[in-house]
Design a protein around this ligand. Structure first.
Ligand SMILES: C[S@@+](CC[C@H](N)C(=O)[O-])C[C@H]1O[C@@H](n2cnc3c(N)ncnc32)[C@H](O)[C@@H]1O
Length: 504
């Protein structure tokens, strides 16, 4: 499980308690974040240089110094934003584990990798064998400075030359280069014994386009660890803005993260059915990134985006376009991304979304929107009145309970109550429901998620026929409202289903 969140709040720098406000806001959220994380989970936190030093301390406190994995430097504004004295081109992302001993990270597949050469083992590219570390030179690393001998008459795999580390008459002597950039004499990355062994002809002689002989190493890697410097222009917020512009036709969100960045975070930390949580969802970029990855890799990573119903500025493009709250943008972007993916798939394969196979082919492409709301179950806050007698208080309590029950029965929204009960029963948010037509007197749904299922009825009266059904069907869990049962029905249901019946 991964969390990604952005530490931006409405907090003015003129406020004398600017940093302390920020720290208070973040501290409580990080504590909750830690609690929500799975033991093998990690967190990415995007941050700029105003608070990066404070965030590091906060995270050391909340997650523990040992769980610090690293800080990414992100090339967020390649052309540089003039801050006076300095043009800022980067921001940061902090990377912590909940428990470093359980953390598993993944190499990033380089889907686009193209090979220039092939041998019996497969494709490869070549990289010079010299060491790029400027602190390494013949004085500091004498064992890495020696000549290779290259046979200019030989031909290996069409483009390469035979080499040896021992002297060979008439062969060309090849030393590591003197860097044109810094004038430093380079040394090799391999010592002589390893070079002599040269398993699978991993290093070879090569003539570059200027006709100079070089020693090169085959590189077959198709994946790599995520880099701590994310330098590509694809990581810039300009790219993020371009994505918004493409989806909405206008710039309705300032400085959105590009999907490329979030995809790399997700790819390096999530697999299969993992869950990605973004606390500060903003433009909804994390949903976009997860959809894309699931399509590319045939995975089923889930996401939860959380966004406050923060108002957009009345003068903003977003407001003018009808998005009065940031959460409206979050939702709309995710709808548009799903539609875009479906449209593209239909072009490739028009029969993918017929009535019969629609459900199956839409797997992993939908989302539900939940609003945080007051519980449908009225809070019990009755307190006996000390000026009244016991009998009077009992009467007051009875009236109180009747009023509360009436509130539940009359005022509830079926969909909301269903969600609340299923969440209380430990169902995942991506549960599905299906009407059970064998029940003719009550509306009964079969609710399912990947781990469990139950029958649920929110009718205010449970019919005798429904109770009797369970006399012969005793294996399915059944949930209903307490108010919907009189004493006899309650007794019978308990008798038929035992612990499988649950009342609310
Ligand atoms: C910069 S945006 C996130 C952008 C997002 N990563 C994207 O690329 O679209 C920061 C988000 O955090 C939310 N936010 C700001 N202060 C918050 C707070 N105190 N608690 C929760 N959310 C907050 C804002 O509503 C905003 O959507």
């Amino acid at each position: 499980m991964v969390q990604f969140f952005k530490g931006i709040i409405t907090n003015t720098e003129t406020d004398g308690r600017y940093h302390s406000n920020w720290l208070n806001m973040m501290y409580s959220r990080l504590l909750v974040a830690r609690q929500l994380l799975r033991e093998d989970g990690v967190i990415f936190i995007s941050i700029d240089d105003n608070e990066v030093h404070h965030l590091r301390k906060l995270c050391d406190d909340v997650f523990g110094e040992d769980n610090f994995i690293g800080i990414f430097t992100v090339n967020s504004s390649p052309s540089g934003i003039d801050y006076g004295h300095i043009a800022k081109t980067n921001d940061y992302a902090m990377f912590y584990a909940k428990n470093i001993n359980c953390t598993e990270t993944f190499y990033l597949e380089e889907a686009e990798k193209k090979f220039s050469f092939y041998d019996d083992i497969g494709g490869y590219n070549i990289a010079p064998l010299y060491n790029g570390n400027v602190a390494f030179n013949p004085q500091t690393r004498p064992n890495l400075y020696y000549p290779f001998y290259l046979n200019p008459e030989s031909k290996i795999e069409n483009s390469f030359y035979e080499i040896d580390v021992e002297y060979r008459e008439n062969w060309v002597e090849v030393y590591p280069v003197i860097s044109k950039k810094d004038g430093i004499q380079r040394v090799w990355r391999w010592g002589k014994p390893k070079a002599k062994e040269n398993k699978n002809l991993e290093i070879l002689g090569y003539k570059n386009t200027s006709g100079e002989y070089r020693i090169v190493q085959k590189n077959r890697l198709t994946s790599k660890l995520i880099r701590s410097i994310l330098i590509d222009n694809e990581y810039s917020s300009r790219r993020g803005t371009g994505e918004i512009q493409e989806l909405f036709g206008k710039k309705i969100f300032s400085y959105p993260k590009p999907t490329h960045l979030i995809k790399d975070f997700v790819r390096s930390a999530c697999k299969g059915n993992d869950l990605f949580l973004d606390f500060f969802a903003g433009s909804g970029v994390s949903g976009d990134a997860v959809y894309q990855l699931n399509q590319e890799n045939d995975e089923n990573i889930k996401f939860i985006l959380v966004q406050l119903p923060e108002q957009t500025d009345e003068k903003s493009e977003a407001y003018k376009a009808g998005y009065k709250k940031i959460s409206d943008i979050t939702i709309e972007r995710n709808k548009r991304v799903v539609n875009k993916i479906i449209t593209a798939k239909k072009v490739e394969q028009p029969d993918l979304f017929t009535e019969e196979n629609k459900e199956e082919n839409l797997q992993g492409l939908g989302f539900k929107v939940f609003k945080l709301a007051k519980s449908n179950f009225p809070r019990v806050d009755f307190a006996p009145d000390p000026t009244k007698t016991d009998e009077e208080n009992v009467e007051l309590l009875k009236k109180y309970i009747a009023d509360k029950e009436a509130q539940l029965v009359n005022a509830f929204n079926r969909e909301e109550l269903l969600t609340e009960i299923l969440l209380k029963k430990g169902f995942n948010l991506n549960y599905t429901t299906e009407l059970q037509t064998q029940f003719t007197k009550n509306e009964i749904l079969l609710a399912k998620d990947s781990e469990k299922e139950c029958l649920i009825c929110l009718d205010v009266t449970i019919a005798n026929e429904t109770v009797e059904y369970f006399k012969t069907h005793k294996t399915q869990k059944f949930i209903c409202l307490e108010r919907a049962l009189d004493t006899t029905k309650k007794y019978n249901l308990k008798h038929y289903l035992g612990d499988l019946v649950d009342v609310f």
